[in-house]
Design a protein around this ligand. Structure first.
Ligand SMILES: *[C@@H]1O[C@H](CO)[C@@H](O)[C@H](O)[C@H]1NC(C)=O
Ligand SMILES: *[C@@H]1O[C@H](CO)[C@@H](O)[C@H](O)[C@H]1NC(C)=O
Length: 310
């Protein structure tokens, strides 16, 4: 080998090493997550097919910091459970986790309506909200033996700085106290406050956020594979270094649907080493059709590619 080849080889090795040090862990492309429990239609953990060769997360939807009265009011961080506690109880969590060692369970904050009204992020004092949120969530997480939390606020009364400080401090405290082992965020592209708030959160607190459950199904119905690939790249740029999950909804038909090539796009991202996993909204909606896309997503994730082509 001549000098120039040696130079190229060394240069390539150097770039590969630089890349490896920027991304110390390969994307967790075998993570499958599914939201469950928001719609009171009796869906159970055991209804959902679980492939033993993926990492499987259920995300209980939702815990909310509002009273459940006819005119709901914010509770300053005192979270209450709004998922279907009859079918998704502490003993059911414990039994699904005992039967499947690849299963973890998280709860999601925000993202819902109370008595038909949208749930807003409303905080008057960061410190008291964080302190109440840490204690009320710790209680729920320990009672249900949960592993993580997901942040899904989509409407904001309080400003960006308040959102970033509250959520960043909450996740940090729950992790430092050993209450949770992972945290995710669930933004979407509204070109407005959702995007701004979550990107600001990422900027200051990316180090405590393990997964970005990006709601790609919030893009237009009829999204094509090439549009989806562009959207995915945009979010890789917005959430630099993050494990970004691709996603579909079984509720409506927004975004890139399975029929229009969702799994083709996932396979491309996976072979490029860019796929952080797949999530589905939601088990409640998939139940009627037999969880077809859950099976397909997990089969895709469980197929290991021998080499990443970077
Ligand atoms: C909220 O209140 C409504 C009406 O009383 C009730 O049907 C529902 O079960 C309550 N939800 C929770 C989570 O307490
Ligand atoms: C959240 O804010 C919206 C817009 O200001 C309002 O219409 C809605 O009632 C609020 N939700 C609650 C639960 O108060």
């Amino acid at each position: 080998m001549g000098f120039s080849e040696l130079f190229i080889l060394l240069f390539t090795l150097h770039s590969l090493l630089a890349m490896a040090s920027r991304q110390p862990t390969a994307p967790k492309s075998y993570l499958f997550s599914e939201y469950i429990g928001a719609e009171d239609n009796n869906v159970k953990f055991s209804d959902v097919p679980i492939n033993p060769n993926v990492e499987f997360h259920y995300i209980l939807a939702f815990a909310i910091d509002y009273t459940n009265s006819s005119s709901p009011s914010p509770t300053n961080g005192e979270f209450k459970i709004f998922w279907d506690t009859h079918n998704l109880s502490p003993s059911q969590v414990s039994s699904i986790k005992t039967q499947h060692t690849n299963v973890k369970v998280a709860l999601s904050l925000g993202g819902d309506t109370v008595r038909g009204k949208t749930c807003n992020f409303t905080v008057s004092s960061v410190d008291s909200w964080v302190s109440n949120a840490v204690s009320s969530l710790t209680k729920i997480i320990q009672e249900y033996n949960l592993d993580g939390i997901d942040i899904d606020y989509e409407h904001f009364v309080s400003d960006q700085v308040t959102f970033v400080e509250c959520i960043g401090k909450l996740i940090t405290a729950l992790k430092n106290n050993g209450v949770i082992t992972f945290a995710s965020i669930a933004p979407f592209d509204d070109d407005d406050e959702v995007k701004r708030n979550y990107m600001a959160l990422w900027k200051s607190y990316a180090h405590v956020i393990d997964y970005v459950n990006f709601q790609f199904y919030a893009y237009d119905k009829g999204t094509t594979v090439s549009q989806f690939m562009r959207y995915f790249q945009t979010q890789r740029d917005n959430y630099g270094g993050g494990n970004i999950l691709a996603s579909i909804t079984t509720e409506g038909s927004g975004g890139l649907s399975p029929k229009n090539g969702f799994f083709t796009a996932c396979n491309m991202l996976k072979s490029q080493g860019k796929l952080g996993g797949v999530f589905v909204w939601s088990a409640d909606n998939s139940k009627a059709s037999g969880f077809k896309y859950e099976k397909q997503s997990q089969a895709l994730l469980a197929t290991r590619h021998k080499n990443f082509s970077v």
